[in-house]
Design a protein around this ligand. Sequence first.
Ligand SMILES: *[C@@H]1O[C@H](CO)[C@@H](O)[C@H](O)[C@H]1NC(C)=O
Ligand SMILES: *[C@@H]1O[C@H](CO)[C@@H](O)[C@H](O)[C@H]1NC(C)=O
Length: 440
Amino acid sequence: MQPAPALLTSFLLLPLLIPGKSQARDYALSIEDQENQALEVNQRLESRNPRTTASLYENPAFNLLYLELEAVQELAAQLKTKGGLSGTADLLHQLQGQVTNASLALKLLAESDLRSSRALQQEVEVLDGRLSECELEKEREQASRYPRPPLAPGSCAHGGLQKVSRPLVLKLNWRGFSHKAGAWGRDSAPNPPSSLYWVAPLRADGRYFDLYQLHKSYNDLVLLKHYEQWKMGYGDGSGNTVYKNFMYFNYYGTNDMAKVDLSSNTLVLRRPLPGATYNNRFSYAGVPWTDLDFAGDEKGLWVLYATEESKGNLVVSRLNDSTLEVEQTWLTSQYKPALSGAFMACGVLYALRSLSTRQEEIFYAFDTSTGQERRLSILLDKMLETLHGINYCPWDHKLYVYNDGFLMTYDLTFLMLPRPPVKKPSGVQAPLEPIMPNKP
Ligand SMILES: *[C@@H]1O[C@H](CO)[C@@H](O)[C@H](O)[C@H]1NC(C)=O
Ligand SMILES: *[C@@H]1O[C@H](CO)[C@@H](O)[C@H](O)[C@H]1NC(C)=O
C-alpha cells in the first residue's frame, strides 16, 4: 500500500475509462477466481493507461469495486453531458456526489484493509440501479421528442445500415471474467413473443456451450433478478441465437443444428446442415469453434457457415425454423476465417473485420433478396479485443454483442427512405461498388 496522499491523488486524477456500467454483484459471485481476476484487472487497467497501475489495490475485490465505480462515474458523466434534461439533472448531480463519496469510502476501506466490502457493494448496486432508471428515463424523453418517427419495431422500411452507435456496456456475464466467449441477446424474431433476454457464456475453455440464463426483462437482467438458469449440454462455439422462443446452436462435435424449446429447456430437434464444415474448420478470426453461426432477423432464421466446396468462404442459408430444412443458400466472396463475425438484418448479411484491438469495421454486405454484394465502412468501437456472439434484434434495432465476457449493445441506424415505404427490397439505395475478395 502506498502513502495516502499519493493514492488519493492518483485516484482523483484517474480518467474515467469504462464506457458503461455493470453490476457489483457479479463480481461478488465470481470472487472464487480471485487470482485470475486480479491478473485480468491488472491487464485491463494497464491496457487503458499504464500510469494508473500505481494505484492498484492489493485486494482484487477492491479493484473490481474500483472499476465498478469508475464505470458508474463514467455513465453519470455521459448522461450529464448529453444533458438538457430538466427532470434528471439534479438527480444525476446528487448521484455523482454519492459516487464520489463511495470512491472515497472505498479508498478508506482499502487502506484500513477491512475484509468485508459488502456494505459498499450494496451501495454501488443501489447507485447502479438508480442510474439505470435515469437512463431509461432519458431514453423515454429522447424518444418522445424525436424529430421524425423512429423506425417501427421489426420494420424494413429503410435503405440498409447507415451507422452504429458507441457501445453500451451493461455488465460482466454472470460466470465471471474467465468466460470470455459466449453470446447473449433478445429474441431475434421481428415480433418476438416476449421481452426475454438470454445470456449464454461458454465454458472457460471457450468451446462448449453448456449453461444459459433467461431474464424476463431488461431490469431483471441488469439487476440479476428473477432469472432461470438451465443446463443444455453441449454446443460448440458462440453462434447461438434465439428465434421465436427457441434457441438454436451447433451441437458439439458435429455439423448438426440443434433447437431447444426455451419454455421447457428441451432439445426438440437435431438435424445436420448439409456440407457444413465443423470442429473449428473455418471459424471466425479470433473466435474459435463458431462453425455454425445462427442469425435471426425480420426475414427469418438463418445460418452462416462454410463448406469445403465454398473453399472456406461464408455461405448463408435461410432455414425453415420449424423443420430446420435449408430453404435457400447463397455463396459470398468472403473467406470466413478472415471475418471477425457477421449478422443478418432485413435479409442482408453484414460482415465484420477487426481493425485493431479497439475497433471493428462492418465492411461487407450481401443482400439475399438481390444476390448483390457491396463494400461499406461502418466503424464500431469495442471495449475489449474480441467480439464473440453478435446477435441482431429487429424489435429494438440493436446488436447484442458478447465482448470478452462483457455484455454490450449497439444501436443501429438505417438509411431513411426519402418517401414512405414502397415495395423495394432493402439495400437498393446504396450504390454498388466492385468487390475485392477479402484476403486474410
Ligand atoms: C458526501 O459525504 C459528506 C460527508 O460525509 C456528506 O456531507 C455529503 O452529504 C455526502 N454527499 C452525498 C451526495 O451523499
Ligand atoms: C416449414 O416446413 C413445414 C413442414 O414441411 C411447412 O408446413 C411450412 O410451411 C414450412 N414453413 C415455411 C415458412 O415455408
